[in-house]
Structure formats: C-alpha cells, structure tokens
Design a binder for this molecule. Structure first.
Ligand code: NI
Length: 171
C-alpha cells in the first residue's frame, strides 16, 4: 500500500470524464488500497480515482477518516439515482487545498454502485454524506466544486490559484 500524490486544480485528468471499471481485478484492489492510504494521510473524507491520476470511475468515502470501522465506502462505477432537497454548506477539495467556499448541493442522495467485491449496492446519504457523494461523483464527471460557484466567490479562488501557479507554489 502506498500514499499517492494528489493532483491539483489545473491538471487535465481532473477535467476528463472517467471510464467505467470493466473488471474488478487485483490492480483495482491495489488502487483502492492506495487511495484509502492517500485519503487518510491527507486527511480527507472522500477521494476520486482521477485525483490520483487514474482515469477510472471509482471513488471512496469515509466520513470518519478511518477512525470508525465500517465507515469506508468503496464505490465502483457510482451513479446518482435520486436526489432530494438542497442545502448550502462550506466545502473544500484535496485537489484545491486551503480553499473552502459555500456550495449548494442535494441534502439527500441515492447512490448506486459496485462495492470492492463487485456486488451491486444502493445507499441513501444525507447531509455531509450526500455532499461527499455529490462532490466525488462530480470529480468522476470531470467537475470541481469551483464550477458550482459564480461571480466574486469563483474569481477569488481562481485568481489566487493563478498567482500561486505563477510563483511556482501550486504543483
Ligand atoms: Ni474533491
């Protein structure tokens, strides 16, 4: 198992919609294990495969960041089936470190996916879990939380990233 580098805003792989996982083999299991190590080390509550440079439709979520057993969700080929309500809360992203902004997302999300054994599962998430599901599925579709922002909020973050990039402090 290994902690992988997390790619940052500006990397092309974050903008490319990911490809469905066709076979859950040993290489997929290894990727999942490495992603779990990477997410816990960050630390973070969710991670999508393209954030570690792999163009596969696979994400992990653990709201407890490894502190409580049974809270790690490995979601292969996830699809959002239903959403209910909306809620606006602060969020951030491991690929856009040190920035947080309020984003409006569904308050309840029904996710369909395959677990690491290839078994089909359905799960309703609420509140922070719904937010993580929506945020990570966005990643897998090539979207980032800043895409939900408008006007000043969006400009503020993108200008700061642009400055950091020019001064070599964003890589
Ligand atoms: Ni993110």
């Amino acid at each position: 198992m290994a902690v992988l580098p997390i790619v940052k805003y500006g990397a092309e792989v974050l903008r490319r919609p990911t490809e469905l996982v066709t076979t859950i083999d040993e290489s997929v299991h290894r990727l999942v294990d490495d992603m779990v190590d990477t997410m816990y080390a960050a630390p973070g509550i969710g991670l999508a495969a393209n954030q570690v440079g792999v163009n596969k439709r696979l994400m992990i979520i653990d709201l407890s960041v490894g502190k409580r057993p049974g809270e790690l969700h490995v979601c292969i080929n996830p699809q959002i089936e239903e959403v209910e309500g909306i809620i606006t809360e602060e969020e951030g992203c491991l690929s856009i470190p040190d920035f947080v902004e309020t984003v409006t997302r569904p308050n309840r999300v029904k996710l369909r996916y395959l677990d690491r054994n290839g078994q089909e599962r359905e799960m309703w998430g609420q509140g922070l879990m719904a937010r993580a599901m929506s945020h990570e599925c966005d990643h897998l579709d090539g979207r980032l939380f800043v895409d939900h922002l408008r006007g000043f909020k969006r400009d503020r973050i993108l200008k700061k990233i642009s400055k950091l990039t020019k001064s070599g402090m964003w890589s």
